[in-house]
Design a protein. Structure first.
Length: 751
């Protein structure tokens, strides 16, 4: 759809650094860790999951194929995927580095070209309506500038001309499409009080000869001559044939989505509607034309000839050419942020048309999601070594799954490390570890520690009701865990709602204490009053607001705190806290203030980590490089990984590793030549370092349009090289490094 002509060299940027001066923490997001489920390598394992995604096409990397922009309403999280396939194929890779290019967007957003300049623009939710951003390229980087903070239309009353905002409810998704085929984009949206689609005609072409997005008139208050039924997810055809007066009989449903295909390829706009109260899609064919739309040929279970969409609750549909074969496909997904299906929740209908009539067939009900770790709703992450093989495993719990028929309770997914100490690789070993789902609990959050002093780790879980449950490990020291529920409602501890425990000797008396996050955003401290083999805790927290920690957003009564205690290399104890906002907070522990007083807030946005909402956290060194990996869960049910070091390993068409002697399927590990040259810091203010295991012989610097701006020839090969770009303009630069094994290309962002 869009061609990015400004970057002729196509290079994959593998890591992006987030840093903060206050915390002195540099975190680098990475997706370069293998996860295998069954016999499949999960290509986007650490993309973070999808719950309520909205889809648009956008060209991010100038390969000639369109990529994907996604706004997930769950957590208001932007995700970007580049197209790694060929026409007729669906193969997308999560590329997080493009996410920072986009403005703060909430509720709904669509990528469109509103001024016909072949550069992507954005039409998005604004309070009381919609706003628009225009795209441009600056120093080779895509940049969006707010061009219209509240899109309005001309309203004439008598001799007065006024401008009113184009109303789009926050739960709706409008149609932004060229209805009248005049070259500019019009708007189709359900009105504020009506149950019919209003048509806002764009007059920019006829007035100026140039497409734009700021001159609208309400052309029709009942476009297509139909209205939504008030009690069912159907429509009443033809109620407005006598004029643009909407018939009475009940207010429309509180949310609707609009997709605008052309079923007959006859040049006019047809409709696919989703409704907030139902799980099906309704299709309407325009039996009129582009100048006067009249809807007919109703399909209330679209597509009736294949497998109809069934997405509780409130499906949205998006018309876009997913497989790049030149025919517009349809992707359907839930648009509601509550009570939405979280398994099989992204339905991809391939356009299989031959000739003029379109036909859509369900190709996949878990598009993209099947390539991720996604445990439904609210993932809680824990590093653990459940089989005692000295390799760090990963345990993922959840709130539960919303599925057809209702909620399924929490379960634990165990990712077994089948790699090595330096090269972790994971296999989904269990999806119901320790049979936790048989307890019927929701929002289970596990924590591990040898709480009974028998030499092995026990498990304490928190849950939605605010209590704790104790699982004793019968495996014994050095053996795989065998966890058995010993004490439900452990010690009578109850923190209200959404207990998130962490086990740590906080007061230094060699006894494991329990700290528990809660729904309010506080940390509850329970000091161990017993012995190493016979722990004892008060049912009421010794300090219900440890360190006066409160991670609730200003004005909010909930914070959903998730604590993790870390001891650094010099013995300093700090607490990292995940939160409802998605940010990670960092506090310095003062052992003299455990019962009262405040802990110093080191930073309230660690590493600029952005996972959307409801972050959970676990920290460990999983590749034995002395640097920590931050494992972060979120409300979408997925996982993200941020490291204190730049990972120098990627997977390129990994083959099956037949040398693995374990009883699980393994995939081989390949080191990429491109990633054997590190560039840091990146982004940079000018000075940066090249570091390589290979011998560097020369380096050339190119700007974003491919012009060489500098070059360095070395008399003798080096493995480290400092480069100074402080006198150059801000923007993206491409570095070509000649090594003794060939050329290596990298990108550097000068800010």
């Amino acid at each position: 759809m869009y061609s990015k002509k400004h970057i002729p060299l196509i290079i994959a940027l593998l890591t992006f650094a987030f840093s903060s001066v206050e915390s002195q923490v540099n975190l680098y997001q990475t997706t370069d860790i293998q996860v295998i489920k069954g016999s499949r390598l999960l290509e986007n394992a650490f993309a973070g999951g999808l719950n309520n995604p909205q889809f648009s096409l956008i060209n991010l990397d100038s390969t000639g194929l369109d990529d994907l922009f996604i706004l997930d309403r769950e957590g208001q999280k932007i995700l970007t995927f580049t197209n790694q396939g060929v026409p007729g194929q669906t193969k997308y890779k999560y590329e997080f580095q493009y996410e920072v290019l986009f403005p703060n967007l909430k509720e709904w957003a669509l990528i469109r070209d509103i001024n016909d300049d072949n550069i992507p623009d954005i039409v998005a939710h604004a309070n009381l309506g919609m706003k628009a951003y225009k795209g441009s390229y600056q120093n080779g980087l895509l940049k969006f500038t707010l061009s219209n903070s509240l899109v309005s239309y001309e309203f004439i009353s008598g001799s007065d001309t006024n401008y009113l905002n184009v109303w789009v409810a926050r739960d709706d998704v409008p149609g932004v499409v060229d209805v009248d085929n005049d070259g500019d984009l019009d708007i189709l949206a359900f009105g504020l009080f009506g149950n019919a689609v209003e048509y806002y005609r764009n007059r920019s072409i006829e007035k100026t000869g140039q497409a734009d997005f700021g001159d609208f008139v309400k052309e029709d208050a009942c476009w297509g001559q139909f209205q939504e039924a008030s009690l069912t997810n159907s429509v009443i055809l033809g109620p407005c044939k006598s004029g643009n007066i909407i018939q009475t009989g009940g207010a429309r449903h509180a949310g609707s989505t609009i997709c605008t295909p052309d079923f007959q390829n006859d040049g006019d706009v047809d409709l696919i509607l989703g409704d907030i109260s139902f799980s099906n899609l309704v299709a309407l064919e325009n039996i009129g034309d582009s100048s006067f739309a009249t809807m007919g040929n109703l399909d209330t279970m679209f597509p009736f000839y294949d497998i109809p969409a069934n997405l509780p609750i409130f499906p949205g549909s998006y018309c876009l050419d997913i497989d790049q074969d030149g025919k517009e496909d349809i992707v359907a997904s839930p648009n509601s942020k509550s009570a939405s299906i979280t398994q099989g929740n992204v339905w991809y209908y391939k356009n299989t048309s031959i000739g003029s009539n379109t036909s859509y067939n369900l190709e996949n009900d878990s598009f993209l999601v099947e390539s991720m770790i996604d445990v439904g709703e609210n993932s809680y992450v824990t590093y653990v070594n459940y089989n005692q093989d000295s390799l760090v495993d990963i345990l993922v719990s959840n709130y539960g799954y919303y599925q057809l028929g209702g909620n399924a309770p929490s379960s634990l997914m165990m990712l077994k490390n089948i790699g090595s100490t330096k090269d972790p690789r994971y296999f989904v070993e269990f999806t119901n570890y320790a049979n936790v789902n048989q307890l019927g609990l929701f929002s289970v959050r596990p924590a591990f520690g040898d709480i009974d002093g028998d030499g092995d780790d026990d498990m304490i879980i928190g849950e939605e009701n605010g209590v704790l449950h104790h699982f004793r490990n019968l495996g014994g020291a050095g053996n795989s865990y065998t966890l058995v529920l010993k004490d439900a409602n452990y010690m009578g501890i109850d923190v209200g709602q959404f207990s998130t425990p962490h086990l740590f000797d906080l007061n230094g008396d060699s006894l494991i204490d329990i700290i528990v996050g809660d729904k309010d955003g506080h940390i509850n401290y329970f000091q161990n009053q017993g012995s190493s083999t016979s722990p004892m805790f008060n049912a009421i927290a010794d300090n219900p607001m440890l360190g006066n920690i409160d991670v609730a957003e200003m004005g909010s009564i909930t914070g959903y705190a998730d604590p993790f205690v870390r001891v650094d290399s010099v013995g300093k104890i700090t607490i990292y806290v995940g939160s409802q906002s998605g940010r990670i907070f960092h506090y310095a522990v003062n052992q003299d203030s455990l019962m009262n007083g405040s802990f110093e807030l080191i930073y309230d946005y660690v590493g600029q980590v952005d996972v959307g909402s409801n972050s959970s956290i676990s920290i460990n060194d999983i590749n034995a490089d002395g640097k920590m990996e931050f494992l972060v869960g979120n409300s979408r049910g997925g996982i993200s990984v941020y490291s204190e070091s730049i990972w120098d390993s990627v997977f390129v068409n990994p083959p099956i590793d037949t040398t693995d002697t374990s009883d699980t399927t393994s995939v081989g590990f390949i080191r990429s030549l491109e990633n054997m040259v590190k560039v840091y810091p990146n982004p940079t203010r000018g000075l940066f370092q090249l570091e390589s295991d290979l011998a560097i012989r020369s380096a050339s610097i190119f700007d974003a349009v491919g012009r060489e701006v500098s070059s360095i020839e070395l008399r003798s090969a080096l493995k480290t090289l400092q480069i100074d770009l402080r006198s150059y303009s801000k923007g993206m630069y491409i570095i070509r490094v000649e090594t003794d094994r060939g050329p290596v290309n990298s990108k550097i962002l000068l800010k």
